[in-house]
Design a protein around this ligand. Sequence first.
Ligand SMILES: C[S@@+](CC[C@H](N)C(=O)[O-])C[C@H]1O[C@@H](n2cnc3c(N)ncnc32)[C@H](O)[C@@H]1O
Length: 419
Amino acid sequence: MIYPDGEALLRKKIGLDPNSIGSDAISRAFEQRMIECGIRNINSYLEKIQESPQEWDALIDSLIIPETWFFRERESFKYLQQYVISEWLTNHKNTVLRVLSVPCSTGEEPYSIAIALLEAGLKPTDFHIDAIDISKKSLLTAQTAIYYPYSFRGNPLSFQERYFQHQEIGYHLSEKVKNQVHFLHGNLAKTDFLMGTPAYDIVFCRNLLIYFDIVTKEQTVKLFERLLNPEGLLFVGHAEAGLLVNSRFASIRHALAFAYRKSTVTKSPINFHDRQNNKKNSSPNGQKRIINRNYQPKTKLQTQLIAIHNNHLSENTKNDLLTTSRKLADQGHLTEAIELCNNYIKQNRVSVEGYVLLGQLQQAMGKNEDSLQSFQKAIYLQPTHKEALTHLALLKENQGDIINANLLWQRIQRLNNNL
Ligand SMILES: C[S@@+](CC[C@H](N)C(=O)[O-])C[C@H]1O[C@@H](n2cnc3c(N)ncnc32)[C@H](O)[C@@H]1O
């Protein structure tokens, strides 16, 4: 039996999209709780959960999926460490790194963050982790911090020896790690969630957005814009990367880390020149991607371009086209840059660099389908071109084509391993 009023209430209160876990699972949860309460009528049960916070918590616990484990999606933690070592420690002396883990479930995620930060060289006083979940039962388990083998699945376990004591019953987490995490009860779907709280430098929100309906997803992404410092990092789960399309978040383009930064529209446009020619010196996040979509072509420049088109192009000028195109892009003149780049490709039909630049320019203009084709052409010409592969993976991810995106990330990983 389906309970439409029950589903509507869950959507309203916790943003749950019934399709994400299925109406059957929702019905089972309601029926199980109705049996426990000795209530036979769904309307009476719905009244009860409105009146009884305890029963509401019990329903939540029979609905939620608390699945989590230590260092789940390990690359996210590696990237966090890399960020702290190469960026945070240099630029933020004497500042406490503020981290939020929501939903934290039974604690494996925030404790993994704490271990990762300690191993990256931060002192306990250098960082603060808030960990939030809607399930009070899960939070209690988290605070107890005694874990069983199921929480350590599939990972190299060297950290286990360093931070846990194996006792008769379970693995007991060291006080040093435990003390770093402050657990709080909260509902991310509420519009006043963490209202008035100082911003965070790092937010982990993994494996929850997939359960939210579209309105709550959008509301949550906006919430993270508010909750994150301008240079902050947002980590999501691998299945959630596509949900940040059309948001103000841009991927940091690190294979399998699923980390994002706010991409604010600022005075400086994308530095295509640096990205192409000076990759080694670029920032560790690989991307200060700032898109100037409000660009208005300048008449003088347009006149110059028309002159270039109408002229007979010498061999040197032909080769200069790509360089000029990059310079134009650097200055924010995207339309002209695309025109020049297309011109260059017409004369250099097997230029991988030409297609990669064209793809980047098209992406910056929001022409995702065109840019997809350009990156595909670049990869056809050079199957090991990592930059083109990364762009394509991100585009697929943004389109929600997670399967193909993951295949591309695996290909990039293999190329990295073969270096
Ligand atoms: C699959 S776990 C994810 C845990 C961890 N982030 C990870 O990726 O391993 C999902 C958690 O979301 C919590 N949750 C569900 N709805 C929530 C909400 N509206 N606000 C806060 N937490 C919620 C559940 O209690 C559950 O612990």
